[in-house]
Design a protein. Sequence first.
Length: 279
Amino acid sequence: MQFRHSWSLRHRSFILLAPSNETISHFPGGVTVSRDLHSHLLSESQRLRGRVYLADGAVTVGELDKRERHIQPLDSRSWHLLTLGSLGRVIGCTRFRRHPAPVSWSHLAIRQAAIAQSDEWGFRFRTSVDAELAAARRAGFAYVEVGGWALAREIRGTTMALKTVLATYAWSELLGGALGITTATRRNDSAAILRRLGGRPLHCDGVELPPYHDDRYGCTMEVLRFDSREPNPRYQAMLDEVKEQVATATVICANQPGADRHNAQLPEAFPLFESEIAC
């Protein structure tokens, strides 16, 4: 699998959307408190997901709202890492739902995955996830559900696509480490990319859990785990670069008491809500 480089990648940057009441002190970059800007960027990421998922056949028009957004209940309670293009347009997004330890199976969205309902694999799937939760507790890590990954066509197959995945490791390390889980489609080689960068299948009693067909999304899916301590070492140089980019990314909060709304440095080309940010 080859990934192309592009001169225009240097004009792209990361932005973090923080959920309410989350700790943001781990991120030394600027902080902007703006409910309007947070809402706008979250809507733009949901609209990107809607376009990408609809084009891929993963959702139907009826699953999008009137503004063509793909909205999920976890969105408002999660971190979102956005990739912005040179004109401030959202061209990539990833969602991180962080569960501080301890957390149980009943609190996880992954319990609704099709494999969890399987007569053959459901019990082994839950057993393997419970083992992951126990490992996170022993390590003193948060447990993270990663989802909502969508890339505009212009950055698919580029090094920026790899960076959006490596940002999961970078973000997790900034928060003190994490074990995590995600469902990934084999469509567009998404699962293969995640495996390449360090994602691994779950195991139960030495047996690897297989891919499964998800009728809802009409595709073959894999459940992959990740450990923030174990990215593919082949990509260490790129990961070091991404760590710096994520650490210094502007964090945008809808409401964070005590945060300084004047210290954010948004990308130079970012055209939106300038009066809101400057006031």
